[in-house]
Design a protein around this ligand. Sequence first.
Ligand code: ZN
Length: 293
Amino acid sequence: MKNMGIVLIMASTLVCSFNVIAAKANFSVINTGQSAGSSEGLIVSGGEWFKKRQLVHNAVLIQHERGDLLIDTGLGRNVDDQVAVMGWLDQQLLAYTKAVPAVDQLQQQGYDFSRLKAIIPTHLHWDHASGIEDFKRFNTPIWVQKEELETAKKHAPPAFIQSQFDDPAINWHFISLNNTRKLGFAASLDVFDDGSVILLDMAGHTHGQIGVLVNNEYLFIGDSTWAIAGVNNNVGRSALVKWLMDLNYDQQKSDDLVETLHQLTIENKKLVIVPAHDEDVAATLPRYPEFLM
Ligand SMILES: [Zn+2]
């Protein structure tokens, strides 16, 4: 009987450790649209000019037992009206085809919006912030670094579109990353204090861009690069795109960021790096309503 007691204690310890693993975050990619298509040579320096790429506009729903997070919003219900303020050339370069907006896909699946703890745009460029106001009626907090919103409010299309975030009813919540280094990034924030979802300082592309590390395995890097080839080859966007559109807030920081990410691919082969728009990488991830686990 004494031995039986020991076995039971061991079994309950195993159950406890299983619970720790089960507490890890789960996620699913919500596709809201795709670019109409452009040459890979435009998207990434050294890309093939005759290879057509159709970058995706995705949001990522992260599930955690203490609440869900939506990373980016993709193209929202009012995207057509929003982008009307862009110049003609920008509209051609950034042309897209729409899928169902994230809020509607969630609704179609009977999603309980009270579970949604926060929406975390990696940054506030038009293709990431387009759906923010779709969630207004749920009063979901929008987590951003203050400098990201301040810079966004001062800038013009095509990068930032004021109508996407000018509603006074938006429930902004300013987050501060702390000085805990993680994966080579100087500042971070462990959202649930269990290591499952960690926000990382990826400033450069915009003033306050953040990356998101999930389960120490998946690293969502926003628009640090548009295609994974940028990280793999340690290169930025093409010179032509840089000439056509002044996209990066701080070019040096942006280059340093790509270098840091490139180093990570060498040091940590198991890490899955996910640029927000890379359709080939997105195709390897679970697509809503399918989840990772
Ligand atoms: Zn983008």
